[in-house]
Design a protein around this ligand. Structure first.
Ligand code: 6R9
Length: 665
């Protein structure tokens, strides 16, 4: 295939879309060459991954992972049955795969490049140092009574100890449950209780964008209602004077001093749980998505290798937080499994100024960079003059978490990458474990805004949501589902397997349902349109409208609440809330502020509504269903396109809501 940075205009849906081939300059600066020779190579391997999955995955699992006991059966189970299991009878340890094997062959190789919130305050950790730290921390956890299969909660900022904590947990066969350190005490409490965690790992404080975050205080608040938590392991990040509960709280530095620098890794069955990660769905409380050991690790290693073109000696920088799936798979697992250096960045792209990412890339000679479009939109708006670094080693620029608009894609390619790095727009989810629709760097031609083609083992289907039938052929639109199981798919929702079945596998029998709308263009490229359920995506953070509504209703003044996501220039989507209050005599300005505080307190600051409209009533059907569609139309200024409102119990509320929205804007 052609490898020039040529742009071939092709016609798609009556408008022109440029196709970008892997830039020649990317290949020129490559330390060797991409793992595949080109698109045909991909097509051939892809075909094998679909027609002979056992052979394909069996070979890759032995190639990329180290096993203490080989597996006999590559795969059993079906999507209909919800009982998929991979690499049965096999045994391995995730921390051994991420650390020991590299520490043994090249002890001085850098594993973690810690870029602290303050520039120049960071440090590097080699693989042998990482192994020592992980082992000591494993000892500490064991002394706290953590056993194989127990879940340990981690509530930490982006510092090396967060990664050490995860690796220490899985080394002894326990399961990590990371809670994003931007979540409130109430959210942390719910997750600790649901996962039955008895040990929590945290810091005295966090530091981000020059601001201090009272991590320990939040943990203390959360634990007031978690009587089963027996131990808190506390890493001293800032040295602040924080409350300390004798007998429950333990200082990290005091404890690790006591224990030796090696502890054998616990051999785990392939299907033993590796971690839980809570994520929002369309209804109810957040779900504890469960991933298991071998399949998840293989997905991370495979996508690291092929999507990001990781080679020995690379320095990989994913800007995601370890509190989300992107941080799990692409800050921790993919780079460490492949034995390269991973940048752990504590700060924000705006501190001390908008050049921070680009300076980090220069300083550490980063080869792959991976971030969400929301950060790119912010940086693009700040101005091109902030992008004043050479970034000479950069080969791959990844995007994740939300659709990336064509003009942001082009800015990323031209201004950040100087047309010398390939953009990979990677589509995936907490539940898929690793990238599922994505270009392979150095291999796949790309179109701005399209996540391009399926990864190995992923067989996408576009389904007509009305008939439930698969739509074959190209140039089609519908909802996105997958037809075959893949190794890194989530196995269950912790303690709620029926919910797992109903959310993902029972919607369209025989398929995994993503919850996203998508199109397949005339060349078979996929275009992700966004969620079709009640999930909103704010700055790449996944939130459910139901969750925010539940938080609002906790406020004594609120009778009813309806939350919708609307398009927002900076954050992709923004949360807007409509509330009906119990007593219309209360001061609405004061109330609106209280409602926002309520959501911040109950979920976290990132979930706070951008606007709150106090309305006399919500648009409800006679059966009591809130018609959020109408609220969305009103906010979009499409009052003339409300559609059928005849099913409303009281159609006159529509005019009243329109009046409130107009008045407040
Ligand atoms: C990895 C992650 C998953 C949802 C997903 C979709 C959206 C993710 C995307 C994308 C368009 C991309 N999403 N990647 N939309 N293009 N490249 O973000 O996981 O937090 O579980 O969110 O994010 O809507 O369904 P998660």
């Amino acid at each position: 295939m052609a490898t020039q940075a040529t742009k071939t205009p092709v016609v798609h849906e009556a408008h022109e879309v440029d196709t970008f081939h892997p830039p020649q300059k990317m290949l020129d600066k490559h330390p060797s060459k991409p793992h595949l020779s080109g698109l045909e190579d991909y097509q051939q391997l892809y075909k094998q991954s679909i027609t002979e999955p056992d052979q394909f995955w069996g070979t890759k699992a032995r190639e990329l992972l180290s096993w203490s006991k080989d597996f006999q059966t590559v795969h059993t189970g079906t999507l209909t049955g919800g009982d998929n299991a991979w690499f049965l009878e096999g045994e391995l340890n995730a921390s051994y795969n991420c650390v020991d094997r590299h520490a043994a062959t090249d002890p001085d190789r850098v594993a973690i490049i810690y870029e602290a919130d303050e520039p120049n305050a960071g440090r590097n950790l080699t693989y042998s140092e990482l192994l020592r730290q992980v082992c000591k921390t494993s000892w500490v956890l064991k002394q706290m009574g953590v056993k194989k299969g127990d879940t340990v909660a981690v509530y930490m900022p982006m510092i090396p100890e967060a990664i050490i904590a995860l690796l220490a947990i899985i080394r002894i066969g326990a399961v990590h449950s990371v809670v994003f350190a931007g979540f409130s005490a109430d959210s942390l409490r719910d997750r600790v209780i649901d996962a039955k965690s008895r040990v929590v790992i945290t810091t005295d404080e966090g530091k981000r964008g020059g601001k201090l975050i009272g991590t320990k205080k939040i943990v203390d608040d959360a634990l007031k209602q978690c009587p089963d938590v027996s131990h808190v392991l506390l890493y001293k990040r800032t040295g602040a004077d924080v409350p300390f509960t004798q007998g429950r709280d333990w200082w990290w530095h005091d404890e690790v001093e006591k224990w030796p620098a090696y502890i054998p890794p616990e051999p785990m069955n392939s299907e033993d749980p590796l971690f839980l990660l809570y994520t929002s769905g369309s209804t109810g409380k957040p779900k504890g998505v469960m991933h298991t050991t071998a399949g998840y690790l293989l997905g991370a290693a495979m996508t690291g290798k092929y999507v990001f073109d990781i080679h020995d000696g690379d320095r990989y920088f994913c800007g995601g937080d370890v509190g989300w799936i992107t941080g799990h798979t692409y800050v921790v697992y993919a780079p460490l499994l492949l034995g390269v250096s991973t940048v752990v960045f504590e700060g924000t792209p705006a501190y001390p100024n908008f050049s921070r990412y680009w300076e980090i890339i220069d300083k550490h000679q980063v080869t792959q960079f991976y971030v969400a479009p929301t950060a790119l939109r912010l940086l693009k708006r700040a101005g091109d003059h902030f992008v004043n670094s050479k970034m000479a080693h950069l080969r791959v620029l990844g995007s994740v978490g939300e659709p990336i608009a064509a003009e942001v894609w082009k800015w990323y390619f031209e201004v950040v990458g100087k047309e010398e790095a390939q953009i990979v727009d990677t589509y995936w989810q907490t539940e898929t474990g690793s990238n599922v629709i994505t270009p392979l760097a150095g291999v796949t031609p790309t179109k701005p805004g399209s996540a391009s083609l399926p990864f190995f083992g992923i067989e996408p289907a576009i389904i007509d949501p009305v008939s439930g039938e698969e739509i074959h052929g190209n140039d089609v639109e519908g909802v996105l589902a997958f037809k075959q199981p893949w190794p890194s798919m989530a196995r269950t929702v912790y303690g709620a397997h029926k919910r797992y079945m109903d959310t993902y596998l029972n919607v369209y029998k025989g398929y995994y349902f993503t919850g996203d709308g998508a199109g397949r263009d005339h060349e078979g490229f996929y275009w992700i349109r966004g969620r079709v359920d009640d999930v909103v995506n704010v700055s790449g953070h996944r939130l459910s409208t139901a969750e925010i509504e539940a938080a609002l209703i906790e406020h004594h003044a609120i009778a009813e609440a309806a939350v919708v996501g609307i398009a927002d220039e900076l954050t992709g989507q923004a949360v807007n809330a409509f509330v009906a209050i119990k007593d219309s005599n209360e001061n609405s300005d004061v109330l609106r502020k209280e409602f926002i505080v309520q959501v911040r307190k109950s979920i976290g600051p990132f979930a706070a509504p951008k606007a709150v409209y106090i309305v006399p009533d919500l648009p409800k059907t006679r059966s009591g269903k809130i018609m959020r569609r109408i609220l969305r139309k009103i906010l979009a200024g499409e009052e003339d396109q409300l559609g059928d409102t005849s099913t409303l119990a009281d159609p006159s509320v529509v005019e009243k809501i329109i009046a409130v929205v107009h008045e407040q804007r």
